[in-house]
Ligand binder design. Structure first.
Ligand SMILES: [Zn+2]
Ligand SMILES: [Zn+2]
Length: 373
């Protein structure tokens, strides 16, 4: 996969108006991709986009040569959609392995995480605990059976995190996976140094145990979707941060740059984190040393290679966790915190993590860069 268009689905004004009216309409999925009428046929080649008529189907290829514009159901999009339903084994595997890989590589190579990683190894506890919130079977957790010839989640996290322990001198790396439908098996040892525990609970109801602590060293949120109306993230974060002993470093992933922006804006406007989306020079500040981890925003170089079809717009494609951002979460205090001091950004080395840009240079809204894979 060299390049995924930002949006392929072409939405006419009249279709746009229909979507405003009826939030359940998903063009090309449960109605005609072009006009929104009930669908009667689908693309004979990929079978992944539906239309009301041959006429609409023919219409769904925009021959505009402008790369910035949605192109509709082009040959390239059709080919990619065809692969969505039967992805190559290595692509499926790389998507699964992107979870441990993103976690371990961020810790090892992103300068933002150096303070917490190395603070942990010099503390008395000699342990590092990550809470993976909203973990799901088939995503963050998978069995060897459905891992397409590779190992299951236990082996994959053990291998990835053993390396982190080695580099940072951590004696015990602890993973806590939390969601409301996980099977609890107690604390499992994944390797000499890595152990894990699945907790069947809402994150805000998480009870500390001899293993689980209330202030993890890092919060991992894969495809959290802070703006999703079905979930009360504000309530969850407030309650989690209230019982924590201080700010919590975090990273989150999302499926597109737009989702990433929405999530960051949501955190910022709700006062949980400080991001400067305008990208003013020097706005990258540590607010009175409260931000344990300097915030960042960018493409995820450790994403997998499996391309998926959007569930909302049939011609749109995405790669899970293709973008990420992170920083420090803290309880909102009297609205948004903003500082204007200049901060030296020199110690950031672009070569360490290709394309995970610190927020002060992330505003170059370039097209997705294919050089990463
Ligand atoms: Zn139609
Ligand atoms: Zn097709």
């Amino acid at each position: 996969m060299d390049f995924l268009p930002f949006q392929s689905s072409v939405i006419s004004e009249s279709l746009g108006a229909m979507l405003e009216e009826d939030g359940d309409l998903c063009p090309g999925i449960n109605c005609c991709m072009v006009c929104g009428a009930p669908s009667k046929l689908s693309c004979p080649s990929c079978n992944a986009v539906s239309y009301c008529s041959e006429k609409c189907m023919k219409h769904d290829v925009n021959d505009s040569s402008n790369d910035e514009e949605a192109q509709g159901h082009t040959t390239e999009v059709c080919k990619l959609l065809k692969n969505c339903s039967s992805p190559a084994k290595e692509d499926s595997r790389s998507e699964l392995e992107s979870y441990p890989s993103t976690l371990s590589n961020l810790l090892l190579s992103h300068p933002s995480f150096e303070p917490i990683l190395f603070a942990s190894s010099s503390s008395n506890r000699k342990s590092f605990q990550v809470h993976v919130v909203g973990a799901e079977f088939g995503s963050e957790l998978w069995t060897a059976k459905d891992s397409f010839g590779a190992c299951g989640w236990r082996e994959a996290y053990a291998e990835a995190l053993d390396e982190v322990c080695e580099v940072a001198g951590i004696k015990s790396f602890e993973l806590v996976f939390i969601n409301t439908d996980l099977e609890e098996k107690g604390v499992e040892r994944l390797s000499n140094k890595v152990s894990a525990c699945c907790i069947n609970s809402k994150y805000e109801d998480l009870k500390p145990t001899s293993f689980v602590i209330t202030t993890p060293d890092l919060l991992a949120l894969f495809n959290a979707g802070f703006t999703c109306p079905d979930y009360d993230w504000a309530g969850t974060l407030t309650s989690v941060l209230s019982s924590a002993s201080g700010p919590i470093p975090f990273f989150a992933t999302s499926n597109s740059e737009l989702e990433n922006l929405n999530d960051v804006e949501w955190l910022d406007s709700n006062g949980f984190s400080t991001f400067d989306l305008d990208g003013d020079e020097g706005a990258n500040q540590e607010s009175e040393n409260e931000d344990v981890v300097e915030s960042f925003f960018g493409e995820n170089p450790f994403k997998g290679s499996r391309v998926r079809q959007s569930g909302m717009l049939a011609n749109d494609l995405y790669v899970k966790s293709s973008y990420l951002f992170g920083g420090t979460l803290s309880l909102p205090r009297g609205g948004k915190k903003r500082k204007e001091e200049e901060v030296d950004d020199d110690d950031y080395d672009d070569d360490d993590v290709a394309n995970v840009t610190s927020k002060s240079n992330k505003t170059k809204k370039s097209k997705p860069n294919s050089a990463l894979i």
